[in-house]
Structure formats: structure tokens, C-alpha cells
Design a protein around this ligand. Sequence first.
Ligand SMILES: [Zn+2]
Length: 290
Amino acid sequence: MGKKGKRPFLLVRLNLWALALGAAALVLGAAAAAGVSAMEKPVEVPIVMYHALLKDEAYHGRYVVSPAEFEQDLLYLKRHGYTTILVEDLIAYTQGGSLPEKPILLTFDDGYYNNYLYAFPLAQKYQCKFVISPIGRYADQYTETGETNAYYTHATWDQLKEMADSGLVEVQNHSYNLHANRGGREGAGQKPGETDAQYEALLAEDLGRAQEAVKSHLGKAPQAFVYPFGAMSKASPGIVKKLGFAATMTCREKTAKVTRDPESLYGMGRYLRPTGMSAKEFFEGKLGLG
Ligand SMILES: [Zn+2]
């Protein structure tokens, strides 16, 4: 032993000191971060819900707006300093990330081909982002038939992948085959008389099938579940969370308030964008934006 033997001991002691100091710094840092996040105001994130886009006025209504109206919405948001974000940005925020000053989410339900035809080129033109939530079985069906028709077909997996790969579009889960009112069940809601266990098995099977379909075609599984028709029961939130979704969206018209707490991403409300309103009327009159 001798000199050589002592040195390692000294080093160990120094390392212990460094560890202790590091641990103290970590504790202090965590406390500071917790203090900051407790004081932080929730971020108001308005979420807009669109369905189909069609040029033909005869079809315009609550669930069909014109591509021109969508373009006016994008222009309004640009002019008023809003930044379109995605669910992944909200998740990152709960993990310590940052959000732009005036964030907003644009969502398209059901995955229509006309979203690919009209909304995607406009998103590219203005570099705006949107979420699309396809119904798994229809993406499968039109991928198989290859039929494209602005009035009724749904986007194929190739079209969804092309949009997702652009970085402007995020694909989320809107069920594989629960987008219906069938056998006493509304959407992915719970049937009267159905036990929570039966209901959980159904959601695990159907939502899981949609997860796998998106993952196999796009290489990435959705992180959010968008309730078809907003239908849900008391048991739904717990089950959907247990299935691994980090966020859910409903059809209740309210502004989401996002905090650093991951819980704040469940049950986020959305505003239905109907036809026949100017962007100003919709965003200021209905959503209360300025
Ligand atoms: Zn839907």
C-alpha cells in the first residue's frame, strides 16, 4: 500500500462530496421548478374541430365547410399571431418544454380524403399544422379499394403517411370501428347494462386495433384518443388512460387549460367550426379570441 493506496480513498471521498453537492443541487432545483410550475398560469389552448371540406355549397353545414373558409381561418390566425401546434407539443409542455405565446390546435375528425385534397395543401402553403383523426376501418377500406372521391371517401394510409411525414400533420386515434350508433352503443361510449370490465375489453380491442393500424402504416402510434361524437361514460377516462393515451379530446365547447400536469391533457374541449361564419365571427364571437 503506501501513497498509491491513499489516493483512491481520497478520490472516493471527493466523489462522495461531489455526489452530496449534486444531490443537494438536484433537490433545490426540483423545489425551484415545482415552485415555478405551481405559480405558472394554465395555458389556454383553444382547439377547433373540423370534419369535411368541400367546394360544393349544397353540402355546407355544421360538418362541412369550404376550403376558402378554412383558408380564411388560417389567415386570421397568422394575422393575429397564433401558432398552430400539435398534441406532441402539449405533451412536451407537461414534460418541461415550452409553448408558443398564442397556441391553437386545429383538428379534423374522421379522416376524409377531402382533408388531404384541400386542407393539406393549405397547411403547406401557410406552414400551419393540424391533427387528423381517421376512423381505422375506413382508412383500411379506401386503401384497399383505392377509390378517391372528395364527397365521401376517406384518406388512404399512404395519404395519411404523406401528411404525417410532412411534419405538419399529426394522426390520432378516433377508434377503429366504433364510429357509429350501433346496438345501443353511441360511438366509443358504454352501453347501458355493460359492465366496466366488458367495456374495457371492447375499448382495448378496438382502440388497440386502431393504434396498431396507424403504427404499422405510419411507423408511429397515436398518443391521443378523440372520442367519436364525444360519447363517453364515467368509466371511459380511466380506461382510455390505462390503455396508454396521454391526451383525449371531447366535443364539449370549452377552451383547454394546459398546465405542467399531464392530467390537464385529458378531456380537452373543442369548438365546432360550422360554415357560414367569417373567421372573425368564429374566433372572436365563438371562441372569445382577440
Ligand atoms: Zn367523428
